[in-house]
Design a protein around this ligand. Structure first.
Ligand code: G6P
Length: 606
């Protein structure tokens, strides 16, 4: 996740860009840069580190001009250093670009450009855009950008300018982009807070929109060049509301950010044609005989999904521990063990200490981590970043679904490399993984969300809840119960559905809502039997079913319908329903969901 800003008008562009970027640092903060049209050329300043580093440099050596673009980076391809910072310039410096997203086919594009004589400066996927646009350019920047984008696959918010044109061209697919409309000035940004010091009139660009900005006008079109019209919205939000993107809470904003977070986790790593996954890990996948997964809280449940997927697809024995137990139980570890720590913050003390314990015993270590440069990333042998972007709501949402997706990719990678997963099954699973951002977008459609809100409000006064799931979705039940406990303070238990009859069945009466994950699965019939067992004892069944279901829903009191997904990827889609159920229960009860009592986002004490 990166932040981008563009400006054309009468003000000092550097000031507008820095002000905008300072509101977008939450989107990434490992380097930043600006390019300003200073009269005869486009001058670029960029540095690794926080925005303040760039700001100090610009105070010492100012750039004067009224057109510019700026970027704050959250590195995906290429280390967070000066060279990889944006903007990126074309060979002769006449074109500069900034990019948020991932160009999935950047490698073949880069190789082709190099063979045609282009010299690259950075390791980023984004730089191909500057070279490609330069190659297409023959006097018309808009046309050149359009032609270049037709060769690109992936996610992008891109902003481009050329030294010979007083205009800015921008386009988006998946990554967000909003335009600000001023008096004789125009703005672009990844998010509204960057614009609010200057204008409250904004246009939210849609997927596949392209826009050309001049000093006092703009044209929006699709990627083929056909004009489209988009409404100008007046933003009423104050600064705090703007940081929440107009949502009432960070948690809800982050729930809705999941399609983008998942794109960031998955795209660029899945090779559809071969069924391979490219995780850029240095680990030798054949060098260990067992895997040990260690994590806390929500990350632990992502690990449970991982345990299931890795054993199924890669046939390696996996054991999993909550980090606080691992440290003290003297686990059997050898140099044949791969210890995987999962953590959003990369700072949780129990996980960090467990990692040290595993290392001491000779294990190879891998981190599945969100926060760049965090303590764990410095201590593991290798890191698989989930790229979910900063998560502020204490109850984890987008980090969870991104962690589960990362575990899926890891299982696929191991399975292919160790020869336990054939190419055709690999390709099928990979295609299903690629569908996840779209499926989650669909899971967040207005009518589905409204239905979950209705169910949440109906049962908000329950004293207890029970969550049941099977197989790869038993962790979904655990995570659903955890989310509800964390933010609504309703007591919730979760069990593997088959285990219900060994105890929890005694809890069932007509006051107990029982959430049953009953989405498409080879074990669906068995789950339906569990639903009947609950009903027979008077319990209220809330069944989570796939689109088109006719069986499980027949026996339920309430139904939450989610998009149909391959069973192996369904925990991601189903988790969204769990998050919304917890969210609307808590808000119906008037709880502060962003700051639940007694909890901390990152627990750095034992
Ligand atoms: C805290 C948070 C949880 C989180 C857990 C692990 O308890 O409240 O939401 O899942 O820590 O955090 P980590 O940063 O290691 O994923």
């Amino acid at each position: 996740m990166c932040g981008i800003v563009g400006y054309i008008g009468t003000k000092n562009a550097t000031e507008v860009l820095i002000s905008g970027l300072s509101k977008l640092e939450y989107r990434g903060y490992d380097s930043s840069g600006v390019a300003v049209h200073t009269g005869s050329k486009l001058e670029v300043r960029k540095n690794a580190g926080k925005l303040s580093v760039l700001q100090t440099e610009l105070e010492q050596q100012s750039l004067s001009g009224t057109l510019g673009i700026g970027h704050t980076r959250w590195a995906t391809h290429g280390k967070p250093n000066d060279v990889n910072a944006h903007p990126h310039a074309s060979e002769d410096g006449s074109i500069v670009i900034i990019h948020n997203g991932i160009i999935e086919n950047y490698l073949p594009l880069k190789e082709a450009l190099i063979s045609r004589g282009h010299v690259f400066k950075s390791e980023t996927d984004s730089e191909v855009l500057a070279h490609l646009i330069e190659e297409k350019y023959s006097g018309n920047l808009e046309q050149a950008v359009r032609e270049a984008l037709s060769e690109v696959r992936g996610a992008y918010g891109i902003v481009v300018t050329h030294v010979n044109h007083r205009e800015i061209v921008a386009a988006r697919t998946v990554s967000p982009l909003v335009m600000g409309v001023g008096q004789n000035e125009m703005f672009l940004a990844s998010d509204v807070p960057a614009l609010l010091n200057y204008t409250r009139e904004v246009v939210f660009l849609h997927d596949g929109d392209m826009v050309v900005l001049n000093d006092s006008s703009y044209r929006i079109m699709d990627l083929q060049g056909n004009p489209v019209s988009r409404e100008v919205s007046h933003i009423e939000w104050d600064a705090e509301a703007a940081e929440k993107g107009g949502f009432d809470t960070y948690m809800l904003k982050e729930i809705y950010e999941q399609p983008q977070a998942l794109s960031n986790t998955l795209l660029g790593r899945l090779q559809d044609q071969t069924g391979e996954v490219d995780l850029e890990l240095n680990l030798d996948p054949a060098s260990f005989k067992r895997i040990s997964i260690i994590a806390c809280g929500t990350a632990f449940y992502a690990g449970l999904v991982g345990e299931y997927l890795i054993e199924q697809l890669a046939r390696v024995p996996v054991e999993i521990d909550v980090a606080s137990e691992y440290r003290y139980r003297q686990p059997l570890v050898s140099e044949n063990t791969l210890a995987i720590v999962i953590s959003q913050s990369g700072e949780t003390i129990d996980t960090l200490e467990a990692l040290r314990e595993a290392k001491k015993s000779g294990a190879k270590t891998l981190g599945i981590i969100n926060a760049k440069g965090s303590s764990m990333t410095r201590e593991v042998d290798d890191t698989l970043y989930i790229h979910a972007g900063p998560e502020i709501g204490v109850a984890s949402t987008k980090a969870y679904t991104s962690m589960v997706s990362a575990m899926l990719m890891l299982a696929l990678w191991l399975g292919r490399a160790r020869g336990t997963l054939d190419a055709s099954t690999g390709t099928e699973l990979l295609r299903s993984a690629r569908e996840l951002p779209r499926l989650v977008e669909e899971a967040l459609s207005e009518s589905r969300v409204a239905n979950i809100k209705r169910v949440a409000e109906k049962y908000k006064d329950a004293r207890d809840y029970l969550f049941l799931g099977r197989g790869v979705n038993s962790p979904t039940a655990y995570e659903g119960a955890l989310k509800l406990k964390e933010i609504s303070y309703i007591h919730a238990e979760a069990y593997a559905a088959g285990e219900m009859k060994h105890g929890p069945i005694a809890l069932i009466d007509e006051k107990l809502p029982v959430v049953v994950i009953a989405t498409d699965s080879v074990l669906l019939e068995k789950t339906i039997s569990n639903i009947q067992e609950v009903r027979a004892r008077g319990g209220k069944v809330i069944a989570v079913v796939s689109d088109g279901d006719t069986e499980a829903s027949r026996h339920a009191d309430d139904v939450i319908i989610v998009p149909k997904a391959h069973e192996m990827v369904s925990p991601v889609v189903n988790a969204v329903a769990m998050q919304l159920l917890a969210y609307f229960t808590a808000t119906a009860l008037g709880k502060d969901v962003d700051k639940p009592r007694n909890l901390a986002k990152s627990v750095t004490v034992e």
